[in-house]
Design a protein around this ligand. Sequence first.
Ligand SMILES: [Zn+2]
Length: 295
Amino acid sequence: MPTEYVIQQTLLALTLSIPIGYVAYKRRGLSLGGVVTAIAIAITVFLTGWQTFLIFLLFFLSSTLLTKWRYKVKEEKQAAETGQGRGWRQVIGAGGIASVFALALAANLVNRCYNPEPSPLLKAFFTAMLAAIATSNADTWAVEVGAAFNREPRLITKPWVRVPVGTSGGVTIIGELASMAGSLLISLAALTLYWISSAYQLYPWSIFAVSPLRLALIVFIFGWLGEILDSVVGATLQVKYFCPRCKKLTDKKIHKCGLKTKYYGGFKIVSNEVTNLIATFISSTIAFVCSFYIL
Ligand SMILES: [Zn+2]
């Protein structure tokens, strides 16, 4: 049974994610490396149920559409994603932590065939995985909606300092509202799918035995907190470069104008993707611990 389940879910994941990946590649939402990484993450997510895959898809589609939204405006402000689409590093930054929790949850699910008690650990991995997806969604929504409007961001750690659009750690009111909405969307989608799964006994979400409203609340709060942490880490630890020609701060060694930038501050190892990983790891781990007390 466990081997059968793993093979069946893997095949389903491949059947659904390869065509989606192909379209994303053709439309330049993802690079080739990005597609391969996203498919690997889709498999881990699918092992925890088709329901999780739908949540992940919601994150992927809404974020991709928001990236394309008002693309010209973002391009002018040099805050747009590159034309080749998101690469494998960005995909790991956005989905890496969720897929680690997904693997842990899947291992527990497979084990559960021998021990059918719904364990607190199962609930905790489930909650943390959803909180990680909510964080990634909140973060992309904040960045993409924030950049689409002509507001000058302020540094989250020093609100009196204004920074150019696209600078890590820079926040706007509209971006923060978008971040809340992004986390709320994942939380409500999880709540709906959980209700449907419980009502119709749809495996595997039907066996998690969590309190649905509390689950939704934890996912929403820690998804949102994750995005705030992302801005804080982005403002403090993340490496920053300065383009002498454009007089702008940037995350990149080579500025979009083509000029080599100068080191400005932060840790060189903490790229934007590492910032995503740190923030998602902290918020989903707190969600993991909270689930033992709240769910
Ligand atoms: Zn420049």
